[in-house]
Write a protein that binds this ligand. Structure first.
Ligand code: NAD
Length: 312
């Protein structure tokens, strides 16, 4: 059984506890505020019951039994191989807690921060064990949204990143690697591009906020539930991504106020050098059929939810 410590038992810490307990790990839950970890465990108990009612877990009581409350950081860290830090998004807090984690955790334990936007080099530089520190940024709530962005500092060891990646896969998450430190990592940069444009469009009177939301949830977002933007555009031009870029790249770059070569040159070369392009027109046709089946299933799911009165 793997032993994991969650440090900071707020919104994100609680959800991580479910992720690890659900995967069979023993979880120690610690919070700097007296009584907070115990309160968090009670909330987790309710969340597990809700998940059981949804058919997402079958053994809520067993899962809860794997989560114990620690009243000291040293107790929480005793014998753990992995620490998921979930304290508030304040640089000084991250610096202080990582210094403590590095001092108290066993030498080969991985120290992963849930930070939404502080790159690891800003709070790990001075640490003796800085090679084992990294960012593991989840999406709220991680027990239902599996993506986790792994971002090391320049001194994070490749082996630690690989171990972290393997562990997240093992517990059912979907890790991606951010190859160099960048503010906002990947998800929030994508989100920022979309939200910035959404605010501009509403602010300048082109569309209502409700209609803008429909554009995503009844338009773009339907495909995005099972395909990424590169998979999407590969199916939107007969000869795949380069063809799409040749047809629409300049228009899209202009719409975004981006340089004309954004969809060509080095960028396109980098995409294609790493992209497992569909082989031929047969493969494209098969993937289109798959896409349409996924869309149909998703539409059915949305209709069923609406019919049950499950509206927000
Ligand atoms: P939160 O305020 O709900 O929880 C933080 C918890 O940390 C609190 O219970 C607090 O008592 C505890 N804490 C404070 N100082 C501590 C210390 N020194 N030692 C131990 N515990 C301490 O915050 P949250 O939303 O759970 O966010 C936690 C981290 O996760 C942040 O870095 C945040 O950026 C990141 N994150 C949040 C979201 C989100 O949507 N909320 C999404 C992804 C990542």
């Amino acid at each position: 059984m793997r032993h994991i410590a969650i440090v900071g038992a707020g919104l994100i810490g609680r959800s991580w506890a479910i992720v690890f307990a659900r995967a069979g790990c023993a979880v120690a839950l610690y919070d700097g505020v007296d009584g907070q970890a115990a309160r968090a465990r009670t909330i987790i108990a309710n969340e597990l019951s809700e998940l059981q009612a949804q058919g997402m877990v079958t053994n809520a009581a067993d899962l809860l039994a794997r989560i114990r409350v620690s009243t000291s950081l040293a107790d929480a860290l005793a014998g753990v191989e992995f620490v998921q830090e979930c304290t508030p998004e304040i640089l000084e807090t991250k610096r202080a807690i990582f210094a403590e984690l590095d001092r108290l955790a066993t030498q080969d334990a991985i120290l992963a921060s849930s930070t939404s936007g502080i790159v690891a080099s800003r709070f790990t530089e001075q640490l003796a064990g800085r090679a084992r520190c990294l960012v593991a940024h989840p999406v709220n709530p991680p027990h239902l949204v599996p993506l986790v962005e792994l971002a090391g500092a320049p001194w994070t060891s490749a082996q630690m990143l690989e171990r972290a990646k393997a562990l997240y896969i093992e517990v059912g998450q979907v890790p991606i690697i951010v190859r160099a430190e960048i503010d906002g990592f990947i998800l929030n940069r994508l989100q920022a591009a979309l939200l910035t444009e959404a605010f501009r469009l509403v602010g300048r009177g082109y569309v209502s906020p409700e209609d803008l939301d429909k554009t995503v949830k009844d338009g773009l977002g339907l495909r995005w539930a099972f395909m990424g933007p590169f998979e999407t555009i590969e199916l939107n031009a007969p000869a795949g991504i380069p063809d799409y870029c040749a047809r629409y790249g300049l228009t899209l770059a202009n719409l975004s106020g981006a340089p004309a070569e954004t969809y060509g040159g080095q960028n396109l070369a980098a995409v294609m050098a790493q992209w497992p392009a569909l082989r031929d027109t047969q493969a494209v046709a098969a993937k289109m059929l798959w896409r349409d089946r996924q869309l149909a299933a998703l539409r059915r799911h949305k209709h069923e939810q609406a019919a049950k009165g499950e509206t927000a």
